[in-house]
Design a protein around this ligand. Structure first.
Ligand SMILES: Nc1ncnc2c1ncn2[C@@H]1O[C@H](COP(=O)(O)OP(=O)(O)OP(=O)(O)O)[C@@H](O)[C@H]1O
Length: 571
């Protein structure tokens, strides 16, 4: 668990950039605290000089002094509030960017472990909670502490004896307050986890809305959500009750202090050893003291909340990718890709067993086999979404891990089973992440046999696609994805069931297009379709993570029973 010191330490590099703004914060803080103390002090001349001594000169001065003191106090507060908000909001903005930057660099296994909603929640609501610590909490804490010292100065100055009685009460409040803070920390942790669950649930619901409606599972999802929501509501109420307890507790303990002061001070005023003005100035400062003390204890509770949130955020910032880029340049021309005794484990589960295969430029390799055989896993390693647990993948004899990750992914393009469409224009979807070159976009669309339908859309390649491409048909989406893969003219193409959503006519056109594209490339096709398999130079049959047959269609027909079985099933 992080302490406040740890949290602040992590923010020091951020704070360094805001020194001029901090100076404004301090000026505001000093004005606000000294203004508060001065306003309590002014009660003494008000009573003693004006009301008791009937001093007219003082009457002509004091009202102006009151205005100046209050203006300084409130102006200081305003200055401090705006400057601290600037620092806080700006740090938070940078923090969000840093979190996303780090998350984007992480490997896929991380994203398979954490739910999307959970990550969104940490990047939004937890970051918001932390804002309290980085911006307002610390300066407010300091301002209130300064105010306490200023007011204590007035209290002690006016009557040290009374101050002794009044201030002795204070430690009495500390014990219950520290108990409350501990409780608050616990509730905060539970509540932050719950809000993460809620966000995760919502993102799951919106992503799967079709399947929810198709299964009439609306009520089921709604009741799951209601449970989480109810729990969050209860936790929030619990934290409100704990937080709101601070004030009545402080007031009651404070009242004991005031009662003692009235008894002792009242006697002194009656005896004439204390002036009425001093007594009231003292009493005003004492009353005013409870406000900052109360604020500090409530701030302390909020801090517990922020500490828990920090822990969840630093966790994300501290994650490092297990997939690190190599330093070697990608060979200009990829001539061979070889898998040398490559095995892959997902946790305990072994997905691939000592796979050995080689692909040469111009070859098309078809990967076939039952579902779960390991075809996608093999290709995921070529993209370096995962690294082999043992064995090595080589490109032109260079270990894949030594090659720059960026250059690798520039040269290897993938069309996956799941088609990804971004909420942007078709052109931006095709050129995704790269500069849009209109001619290249049209060329890629033509090659993917997609330009015909794109042309019929109202704004052509500039037509905006909905999130997930819901305004396109499945086959159209797939052709956009293929266009994206060929936009950069990659040297290696991985097509994972890429033609599954196409009707046979467009599939034929795509197959033709792919045949033209792949001439000097290395292409891996994960396919069940016989038309694709036939054209492959090499067919690899994967079963339970092992290669159980490898060769051309003809060879396999002759010597692989499994291949015959597979073909038999498809006829
Ligand atoms: N991220 C993952 N975490 C854990 N296990 C996984 C993961 N991805 C795949 N697997 C497991 O590894 C095995 C191989 O999966 P893979 O997706 O590579 O098979 P496949 O041959 O591509 O299947 P399909 O044809 O159904 O797509 C399966 O048993 C699968 O359950």
């Amino acid at each position: 668990m992080y302490s406040l010191k740890d949290v602040l330490k992590r923010f020091i590099p951020f704070y360094k950039d805001y020194i001029p703004t901090f100076i404004l914060v301090v000026i505001g803080m000093v004005l606000a605290s000294s203004g508060t103390a001065a306003s309590a002090y002014l009660v003494k001349p008000l009573l003693d000089e004006i009301f008791i001594n009937k001093d007219r000169e003082m009457l002509s001065l004091l009202p102006y002094a009151i205005i100046v003191v209050y203006a300084a106090k409130e102006g200081g507060k305003y200055l401090q509030a705006c400057s601290t908000a600037y620092i806080g909001q700006h740090i938070i903005k940078r923090l969000r960017e840093n979190i996303l930057e780090n998350l984007l660099s992480l490997d896929l296994s991380f994203f398979h472990t954490y739910r999307t909603g959970e990550l969104i929640s940490r990047n939004t609501s937890d970051v918001e909670r932390i804002r309290a610590v980085v911006s307002s909490l610390i300066p407010e804490f300091l301002r209130e502490t300064f105010t306490i010292f200023g007011l204590m100065g007035v209290v002690i100055y006016q009557s040290p004896k009374l101050a002794f009685f009044a201030l002795i009460i204070m430690p009495l409040a500390i014990y219950p307050l520290s108990r409350l803070a501990k409780r608050m920390k616990k509730i905060s942790k539970a509540s932050q986890e719950k809000i993460s669950d809620i966000t995760a649930k919502l993102s799951e619901i919106f992503n799967n809305i079709e399947i929810i409606q198709a299964n009439n599972a609306q009520n089921y999802e709604h009741s799951l959500f209601k449970n989480d929501n109810e729990r969050y509501f209860k936790l929030t109420m619990k934290s409100v009750r704990v937080n709101e307890l601070v004030s009545p507790l402080m007031e009651t303990i404070g009242a004991i202090g005031v009662a003692v002061v009235v008894i002792v001070g009242g006697n002194e005023v009656i005896d004439g050893s204390l002036s009425v003005g001093s007594f009231f100035s003292f009493l005003t400062a004492l009353f005013m003291l409870y406000t900052p003390i109360k604020k500090i204890s409530s701030l302390y509770n909020k801090m517990q909340d922020a500490l828990v949130a920090s822990e969840r955020i630093f966790f994300l910032l501290d994650q490092t990718s297990t997939i690190q880029s190599g330093n070697e340049k990608m060979p200009e021309k990829i001539t061979t890709i070889s898998f040398d005794d490559v095995s892959l484990f997902y946790g305990e589960k072994q997905a691939l067993h000592e796979v050995k295969l080689e692909a040469k430029a111009g070859e098309m390799i078809a990967l076939i086999g039952d579902s779960g055989g390991g075809k996608s896993s093999l290709m995921n390693m070529l993209m370096r979404f995962y690294d082999p647990s043992s064995g090595t993948i080589y490109i032109n004899g260079h270990n894949l891990k030594e090659i720059s990750l960026k250059e690798l992914r520039e040269n290897v393009a993938m069309v996956t089973q799941r088609v990804y469409i971004f909420h942007d224009s078709i052109a931006a979807n095709v050129a995704y992440g790269k500069e849009i070159d209109e001619t290249k976009v049209i060329d890629a669309l033509e090659k993917a046999n997609a330009y015909d339908f794109v042309q019929t859309l109202p704004e052509g390649i500039w037509t905006h696609l909905d999130e997930f491409g819901t305004n396109l048909s499945g086959g159209q989406r797939q052709r956009i994805a293929i266009a994206r893969a060929i936009y950069t003219n990659p040297q290696v193409l991985i097509l994972d069931e890429a033609t599954s959503a196409l009707d046979s006519q467009s599939e034929q056109k795509i197959t033709q297009a792919i045949e033209n594209l792949i001439k000097d490339k290395i292409t891996f096709v994960i396919a069940h379709r016989l038309s694709t398999i036939k054209k492959a130079n090499k067919i690899i049959l994967l079963k339970h993570g092992k290669i159980c047959a490898m060769g051309s269609d003809e060879e396999l027909l002759q010597n692989s029973k499994e291949y015959l079985n597979l073909k038999g099933l498809q006829h």
